[in-house]
Design a protein around this ligand. Structure first.
Ligand code: NAI
Length: 477
């Protein structure tokens, strides 16, 4: 059996590496139009950072795992074609700011149709709006010259989380395969299930109809993001009342109906998927006339924006209502720990918010490159609720410094903001940092990962999200 995967990104690379590892008799080729990315996949410095990924790639690469830019050849030869191209939010035209941009997906479908001389199973790995398979089916059918070639479309959404992708792929809670309820549809489902059955117990491989599978992925991300926005909403109330969000989270998490996971308050969710997929879900709802349902889910994104804004306002008001010309150390720029991914990271909005008020930010992140940080902070912000608003932000960069040493970021700064929950932040010598900072020295812990009592003993004024406020931080006016 030959598998090709179109799209060598955060999903295509790791998922195919795991398939190759677990199915040594299957040849897996990951193709991409981005030559630089493919070159990196074939080198010792992979294009994405994911714990455990390099080891798996190293074991399989050249054996039954290949990375190539020859999309035509490998897609043409494949029995199963996974499509894991990007499906970002549209930035212009109808549905701008909400709808999924399916340009890349359609491009991939046209490519498959044009090079196919044998029947294929086409697997939607990308997250797509419900009913995409129908549209893709039409594109495939109308663009393939050979009338004997049949395409069977399956939806196989990916549930991995960045940072734990390899473990999620090795031992997933479930794999979901959706297909048509026809004889050929059922046969295609069985073929894909047999690939996953190499290492995943059958009872964890769920099958469904196409639309359920497509919608399940959007729904899963909407529920996960909703949980974060819910606890973040409560974090604001905790600060106003003297309750402690960790205690509230722990108390509700012991209820088996609620469960303990995803109850940590933070500066906000990020990543390429949550916001995009909720907005896409809202757009689908609006398209079918379900305005109230759409409005319900929009609120999850609005709450996330509020949380980021609230954090910025907290920093500014704590520092005597002015951060003008003040150096502020930013610890962590990635949207979560153990990844170098910065797509939609809350750090972008927080840094921009502080710079807009005159601050000079000095960023340290163990994985994100300076080029990426500069790129993110100079790119115009695309407002999902005001899609026509976009202004160049290149002036931002005059107030951004990126360093490779956390102590250098702290030196001479007025404050440290923790924006990513990297483990190494917990073990720093904060006494040494404090000694070199301007006084009063602040720490704003946007992830609640530090030992706040110890920091207070050192002399820091500490803001911990959703925790009882330091008297110093209570607004007297
Ligand atoms: P990505 O942007 O890292 O990778 C997509 C790749 O597809 C890029 O390298 C791009 O060059 C390539 N591509 C686009 N059009 C192409 C074409 N016509 N031919 C060949 N290559 C082409 O995106 P990522 O993060 O891997 O996401 C892919 C999909 O998976 C998205 O729909 C996303 O929503 C979904 N997803 C992402 C997860 C994540 O954690 N990043 C988790 C679960 C799903």
């Amino acid at each position: 059996m030959k598998i090709a995967c179109i799209g060598a990104g955060y999903v295509g690379g790791p998922t195919m590496a795991m398939v190759a590892l677990k199915c040594p008799e299957i040849q897996v080729v990951v193709v991409d139009i981005n030559e630089e990315r493919i070159k990196a996949w074939n080198s010792d410095k992979l294009p994405i950072y994911e714990p455990g990924l390099f080891e798996v790639v190293k074991e399989c690469r050249g054996r039954n795992l290949f990375f190539s830019t020859d999309t035509k050849k490998h897609v043409g030869e494949a029995d199963i074609v996974f499509v894991s191209v990007n499906t970002p939010t549209k930035t212009h035209g109808i549905g701008a700011g909400k709808a999924a941009d399916l340009t890349y997906w359609e491009g991939a479908a046209r490519l498959i149709a044009s090079v196919s001389t044998s029947s294929k199973i086409v697997v939607e790995k990308s997250t797509v709006p419900v009913k995409t398979a129908e549209a893709i089916g039409k594109v495939l059918k109308r663009n393939c010259q050979d009338p004997n070639v049949q395409f069977e479309i399956l939806s196989n959404p990916e549930f991995l989380a960045e940072g734990t992708a390899m473990e999620d792929l090795r031992n997933p809670d479930r794999v979901l395969v959706g297909g048509a309820d026809t004889e050929s549809g059922r046969k295609a489902i069985e073929t894909l299930v047999s690939v996953y059955a190499h290492w995943i117990p059958r009872e964890r491989i769920l099958t469904a109809n196409l639309w359920s599978a497509e919608l399940a992925k959007l729904t899963a991300n909407a529920f996960l993001a909703q949980r974060i926005s819910s606890i973040n909403a409560i974090s604001a109330l905790c600060e106003a009342t003297g309750a402690d969000v960790s205690q509230v989270g722990h108390a509700i998490g012991t209820d088996s109906r609620i469960g303990p996971k995803f109850l940590n308050a933070s500066v906000g969710f990020g990543g390429s998927c949550f916001q995009k997929d909720i907005l896409n879900l809202c757009y689908v709802c609006e398209s079918v006339g379900l305005k109230e349902v759409a409005e319900y889910w929009y609120q999850v994104v609005s709450m996330n924006d509020y949380q980021k804004q609230r954090f910025v306002e907290r920093v500014i008001s704590a520092m005597f209502n002015t951060v003008s010309q003040k150096k502020i150390a930013i610890y962590g720029f990635a949207f979560k720990k153990d990844t170098g991914d910065t797509r939609e990271t809350p750090a972008i909005d927080v840094c921009k918010g502080l710079i807009r008020d005159g601050a000079k930010v000095c960023v340290y992140d163990p994985e994100v490159t300076p080029e990426q940080i500069f790129r993110d902070l100079s790119a115009p912000k695309f407002e999902w609720d005001r899609p026509n608003y976009s202004r160049s932000q290149s002036h931002m960069l005059e107030n951004v410094q990126v360093v490779s040493d956390p102590a250098a970021a702290a030196e001479g700064s007025h404050a440290i903001c923790i924006l990513t929950e990297w483990d190494e932040f917990k073990t720093y010598d904060y006494q040494a940092m404090y000694d070199k900072m301007t006084k009063p020295a602040f720490i704003f812990d946007g992830r609640n990962i530090l030992d706040h009592a110890q920091l207070r003993e050192i002399g820091f004024i500490v803001y911990a999200l959703g925790k009882p406020l330091d008297p110093f931080l209570v607004k007297g006016y």
